[in-house]
Design a binder for this molecule. Structure first.
Ligand code: UDP
Length: 388
């Protein structure tokens, strides 16, 4: 069998690229996936009790990109789903993002209404204000509000999640969860919000079911593919391979002799099944100030599955240590980590046929829709580069 392209990794990015190369270019594509299942960290499956769970934590699809929505809709039907999150603060469950309801539940009525008025005058009804921006405000009521939200909802959660305070991570990350000047309690505001009706694994499996794609599970890259750094050549089954090689794994692992080791933040998941219909009133409850875990997710809220029991997942953030069986999840934003990443990119210039794609290979914090959009974009570049 001869292939025109190889994809390392059958997650959402690799699946988009493989599907596009097979369907648009008519290429034969070899996809090597080291795990025994496809889907990357979008992988969902029935647990031992038959409840559909997300093995790698809750994945909630949302997008404002028509082309991403149209593209994925070829491979799945959807179940409309708008994500809602509560945060346990001072013994109450408050909507997160912190909104007008959260303010009213946190302060005595006259103070809350005065704060809301200033917020509305300053930012306008419906505004979504990053907490770090709100903290810069001079108005004493806004300062009091910002300080409360920062201290009660952000500082401890972020310290648990990242191991550092909110100022030490990219402002774009805390801005993902703004303060909302309305009663809108949805976590996302994108026009398309839904989950694949039969799950992410089924959707990605459909993407990879193109007859031009040869998917091999339980196949780490090194079992078939080597990089010869001296000859600057890719080898497939020991034969020179002209490429392209789409690499969706950890970029530092491509370099010889662990020349660079990129840091990641990781998560330990504790999955539990309970013999009761429901566990909590929303899909996700955040615990900023108590416990070693950051949040608990109850999957039946997402999937709408009818089951007498319920399955939940606790997320415990930690540093990434492969020897402990952990997975790399979040890239780190320090200058040093970014420099190390650039070192990897520079080294890989020796192999122009390699396209680094997705969260691990591009060392970026992608939402699923951005991962799909990025893969579609990289495909159009690849198509031009390989002039087909
Ligand atoms: N965050 C927080 N408190 C919360 C929710 C989020 O401090 O209750 C911060 C935290 O730093 C987190 C970031 O906002 O990493 C982004 O949250 P999001 O829920 O988008 O994270 P993800 O689901 O991608 O882990």
């Amino acid at each position: 069998m001869s292939y025109q392209a190889i994809v390392i990794g059958a997650g959402i990015s690799g699946a988009v690229m493989a599907e596009q190369m097979a369907s648009k270019l008519g290429w034969k594509v070899l996809v090597l996936e080291q795990r025994e299942y496809l889907g990357g960290n979008c992988f969902d499956h029935l647990d031992e009790e038959g409840v559909l769970i997300h093995k790698y934590g809750p994945h909630l699809f949302h997008t404002d990109k028509q082309r991403v929505w149209d593209y994925l809709s070829q491979f799945t039907e959807w179940r409309p789903y708008e994500h809602r999150v509560l945060s346990q603060i001072d013994g109450q469950l408050l909507p997160i993002p912190f909104n007008l309801t959260s303010i009213r539940k946190s302060f005595a009525a006259p103070v809350a209404e005065a704060m809301i008025q200033v917020l509305q005058e300053r930012f306008g009804e419906g505004a979504r204000v990053p907490i770090l921006q709100l903290r810069q405000e001079q108005d004493p009521l806004l300062q009091q509000l910002a300080e409360f939200i920062y201290q009660r909802a952000f500082v401890n959660y972020t310290s648990k999640q990242w191991g550092v305070g909110p100022e030490a991570i990219s402002p774009a990350v805390t801005a993902r969860v703004p303060v909302v000047v309305s009663e809108d309690d949805r976590y996302f505001t994108d026009p398309w919000q839904a989950v694949p009706l039969h799950g992410y694994t089924a959707m990605i499996s459909n993407m990879l079911s193109h007859p031009g794609i040869d998917l091999q599970l339980s196949s780490p890259m090194h079992t078939r593919v080597q990089l010869d750094w001296n000859a600057r050549q890719i080898l497939l089954d020991e034969q020179p391979f002209e490429g392209p090689l789409i690499y969706c794994g950890m970029i530092d692992q491509l370099l010889p002799d662990s020349a660079v080791v990129l840091p990641y933040r990781s998560l330990r998941f504790e999955h539990k099944h309970l013999k009761q219909k429901w566990f909590q009133p929303a899909t996700t409850v955040n615990y900023p100030n108590e416990h070693a875990y950051t949040r608990i997710t109850e999957f039946k809220h997402i999937t709408g599955q009818d089951h007498t029991g319920t399955s939940i997942t606790y997320e415990y953030p930690c540093d990434y240590k492969p020897e402990q069986g952990l997975e790399p999840y979040y890239p780190i934003f320090t200058e040093l980590a970014q420099q190390q990443y650039q070192q990897c990119v520079a080294q890989l210039h020796q192999f122009p046929q390699i396209v680094a794609l997705g969260r691990l290979a591009e060392y970026r914090y992608f939402d699923m829709d951005d991962a799909v959009d990025n893969a579609l974009e990289k495909f159009s570049v690849l198509r031009l580069r390989f002039s087909v």
